[in-house]
Ligand binder design. Structure first.
Ligand code: CP
Ligand code: NVA
Length: 309
């Protein structure tokens, strides 16, 4: 039997396939201009297809965008938190994978541990999509790159600067750097760096990555400034993190150091006055709501890539 196509990490997927997914996201978004949100796409390729969505932690965007994505593709979704399921009472992820593989056509998992996602995929005969783990968040970065391209950017000509915690979202920007050719600057304090192995693996594939601990220097002339929460889901040391990371708040001063017209991105949810000043995230350079909307369009393309309708 053919192996299912899983969407677990941008590092695993060939650049040409990621490019095709992004093209499809743009195409699907344009094709439904003027259609009511609840109406299916004209081709509705997913009639009869169902996605199971499992959440081990909270979500607004991922949950609603995947659900609407399945509806617009002509299919359906079923959502459960892990606490609603028997995995919350100790059933193995391996058995869960095999059982769901008999009922539905794909699984989206938001997991506490990346290992759980990998175990699910290993034991599943249907595609598994990563809806965020402690390690990475690949769907988010596809939406972010769609947002940059629709504002006229050629990704391979752009410099993107990540400021703050070297967290799961930062990892996916590292994973995608070699695939799309952008230059990525990462500005984090000691103790909050993206893990060395992830960076080395990306660099060995040609990723242009620069580490600069001074956030002002990292933002000089950059085309895109990216922030994310200082306290991710599952982090237990909130007070320490806020103390250590506050010097990495994206402020008007950092945006002024960036190229004129630089774009500000944040995957949301945001904490104004922590990782970003309200004047930046609510200001004219912020693309956060296009970015959130593009979760829907990018994920439709990801679903179409994985699930053979
Ligand atoms: N950006 C993102 O994944 O948002 P949610 O946690 O609301 O899904
Ligand atoms: N880094 C954040 C992203 C939320 C979408 C977290 O993991 O909580």
């Amino acid at each position: 039997m053919a192996q299912p196509k899983h969407f677990l990490s941008l590092a695993d997927i060939p650049a040409s396939e990621l490019r095709a997914i992004l093209d499809e996201a743009h195409r699907r978004k344009a094709a439904r201009a003027g259609l009511a949100k609840g109406r299916p796409d004209v081709d509705a390729p997913f009639a009869g297809e169902t996605l199971a969505m499992i959440f081990e932690k909270s979500s607004t965007r991922t949950r609603f965008s995947f659900d609407m994505a399945m509806r617009q593709l002509g299919g359906a979704s079923i959502t459960a938190t892990s606490d609603d399921m028997q995995i919350g009472r100790g059933e193995t992820i391996e058995d869960t994978a095999q059982v769901l593989s008999r009922f539905v056509d794909g699984i989206m998992l938001r997991a506490n541990s990346h290992d759980t996602l990998v175990d699910l995929a290993r034991n599943s005969s249907i595609p598994v999509i990563n809806g965020l783990t402690d390690y990475n968040h690949p769907c988010q970065i596809m939406a972010d790159l769609q947002t940059l391209e629709e504002r006229g950017g050629e990704l391979s000509d752009m410099t993107l600067t990540w400021v703050g915690d070297g967290n799961n979202v930062a990892v996916s920007f590292v994973n995608a750097a070699a695939k799309f050719g952008y230059r990525l600057r990462i500005s984090t304090p000691g103790g909050y760096k993206v893990n060395r192995q992830t960076i080395s693996a990306a660099q060995s594939k040609g990723a242009k990555i620069e580490l600069e601990s001074d956030p002002l220097k990292a933002c000089l002339g950059t085309d895109v400034v990216i922030a994310d929460t200082f306290v991710s889901m599952g982090d237990t040391d909130a007070d320490q993190r806020l103390a250590d990371l506050m010097p990495y708040q994206v402020t008007d001063a950092l945006m002024s150091a960036a190229a004129p017209g630089a774009i500000f991105l944040h995957c949301l949810p945001a904490h104004r006055g922590e990782e970003v000043a309200a004047s930046v995230i609510d200001g004219p350079q912020s693309a956060i709501f296009d970015e959130a909307e593009n979760r829907l369009h990018a994920q439709k393309a990801i679903l179409a890539w994985c699930i053979d309708a």
